[in-house]
Design a protein around this ligand. Structure first.
Ligand SMILES: [Zn+2]
Length: 262
């Protein structure tokens, strides 16, 4: 019986092959599909291509203007007068995925993380530098934040930032380190438990020389070069915006100085 089924299966297959061979002109045009089929294929094609196109249109050249920012003192601390960019889209795509995972794991353990700052412009970095060593030891160009490879977070309980909750910091730090991130809670000068970074082994010297960290060869990171090129355009636009803010501050502080002399 089994032999018979197999044999008949072979016959069907053989006849299919021979049918196909007898009709070599079996191209799409020659298939007399109905109007319904034509519409169906059109819809499928539209469904397949249009989200990508829409996304590009939505993005536009000024998408960075839609990035989230926070003002000084949002998290109860003086962080300077230039707004902080808190948008995860401002991060390197691979690092962003790690941070999304960090946030999700923390959430699953009942820890809510607020994003204090993601990407940082030169102007913002210089502002921190001018604010003293407890903010940063890195001058403009040397912070991992300026390459979209660092983030500052803070655990939040009942809308209050838990800056001094060492126990909570340790939990968050451990999760970050398990994800392969470098944690600022290990540093002494300054102790920076909200800071996480990933550089794929590159130093700030490498980064400032234009080297890009290697990311795993996965389908989702196939366009990482293009994404980074696009990101660096947005970062440049932010730089122009924030350096204008910084210039205004210098002008106004000089005006205040001259007023006080009068
Ligand atoms: Zn940081």
């Amino acid at each position: 019986m089994l032999k018979f089924v197999t044999f008949s299966g072979f016959l069907v297959l053989a006849s299919l092959i021979s049918t196909a061979q007898e009709k070599p002109n079996l191209s799409l045009e020659s298939i007399p599909y109905s109007e319904y089929h034509r519409q169906l294929i059109q819809e499928l094609t539209v469904g397949f291509y249009s989200p990508v196109e829409e996304k590009i249109l939505e993005a536009g050249p000024e998408v960075w203007r839609t990035w989230q920012t926070v003002e000084n003192y949002t998290f109860g601390k003086d962080r300077g007068s230039i707004p902080m960019i808190t948008d995860l889209d401002a991060l390197h795509p691979y690092f962003k995925d790690k941070i999304n995972t960090l946030i999700a794991i923390c959430k699953s353990k009942g820890i809510e993380l607020a994003i204090v700052e993601t990407f940082r412009t030169h102007s913002k970095q210089n502002e921190f530098k001018a604010m003293g060593k407890k903010y940063t030891r890195s001058a403009g160009g040397h912070s991992k934040h300026q390459y979209g490879l660092a983030i500052d977070v803070v655990p939040v309980i009942d809308s209050i930032a838990q800056w001094d909750n060492v126990k909570l910091w340790r939990k968050v730090g451990a999760i970050g380190e398990q994800l392969g991130l470098r944690w600022g809670g290990r540093w002494k000068n300054p102790y920076d438990p909200g800071h996480f970074e990933w550089t794929g082994g590159l130093s700030s010297y490498h980064l400032s020389a234009g080297l890009k960290p290697k990311v795993p060869k996965l389908e989702k990171y196939a366009c990482v070069e293009e994404e980074l090129n696009q990101l660096s355009e947005y970062w440049k636009a932010w730089e122009a915006e924030q350096s204008a803010i910084a210039r205004k501050q210098i002008v106004s502080s000089k005006m205040n100085e001259s007023l006080s002399y009068d």
